[in-house]
Design a protein around this ligand. Sequence first.
Ligand code: SF4
Length: 387
Amino acid sequence: MNVDHSSREHSIWSSSAWEMWSRCPASALATKGIERTDSDASLRGTWMHEQAERLSRKLSIEKGSGYNTPDNLEQIQRAVDFVEQAEIQMVEDSEMFLEQRVDLGGWGHSDVYGTADVILYNEHTGMLHVIDYKFGHTPVKVEDNGQLRIYALGAIGFLEDRNRFTSTVKISIVQPMTKAGIYTDVLSADELKRWGKEVLLPAIQKAKDPNAPFLPGEKQCKWCPLSLSSSCEAQTGRVLSIFDQYKEKEDLEPDELGALLPELDLMEMWIAAKRTLALTTLERGGDVAGYKLVRKITRRKWMDEEKAEKWLAARKIPKEERTVTKVISISQAEKKLRGVLKDNAILTRNFEKLITRPTGVTTMAPLDDSREAVIVQADPLTDEFMI
Ligand code: SF4
């Protein structure tokens, strides 16, 4: 069986681009026909998804790819294990659909579509479980996740076409690189359809309107091809207007600072895109006034570590001085001990006693961030702030 996700056709209103076109309604039509350039992260993501599908179909992992590393394989296996557990939790006779294309044809928009990684469905209970793999480090929020809700609505339609009806919808993000690994939201099919009517349909209508407005912002511009190619006038206009608005202000009030922070993300993105534009111009043999292409300075390294070690040994440098031995990292140890620690509370406790977490330096986060806020107190004697 051919498992190739790279040749898939993409809708301009694809579910995976929901963050973009729902926040900036003009973006879908404005980016129509623009070839998306693959980054290393996107190529890795595609390969990982393909291998997860292969494992679920009991096919072997594809050899010969640079992404075929022990770490990536471990993540793929964990992702597939999560799906297997979810499958077990569904009562008997459940059906599983892998990499199923789903669309909103039942809602009058068959051109809004995407591919759900895994769909589980049980006819007896009416339970639908839509699962999406994410292979990045930053946890992706499952609650109110528009991309996955579109998959779920598409899956309900796909099942209804086969006379199967859904009562409850479970939506999960399986993200093996994060602490919990799986995040799930549960809602009734009626609730999901209400969201479809009240939120999704108006968003689609706006995004299909040729006169829809451009509404720049960090979240929507982040993956927009126009932003990546540094060619969106609306985004540039927005960045310049923020600059104008704040350039004369010396002291900002707390509410002004709070309003400025998300705008800084957009400005930083705009600056980064301009730098990338200059670099790619030079890399393609073009000119950038006052700049040239150079190589970054690299660190020296042994051409052959084994040979180098032998050579140092021959020079009578003792083993402990010519080699370095380090204990493996906590996550490497966890991987090696996974089977042993699983059902052994005492061993798990002893293992945890070996671990400490240094206090992190302070940083900023939005109020809805799950981390606890740091309390700042003034020392009454010195008036210095203690955190
Ligand atoms: S770059 Fe931003 S503002 Fe411009 S079309 Fe894309 S999402 Fe909209």
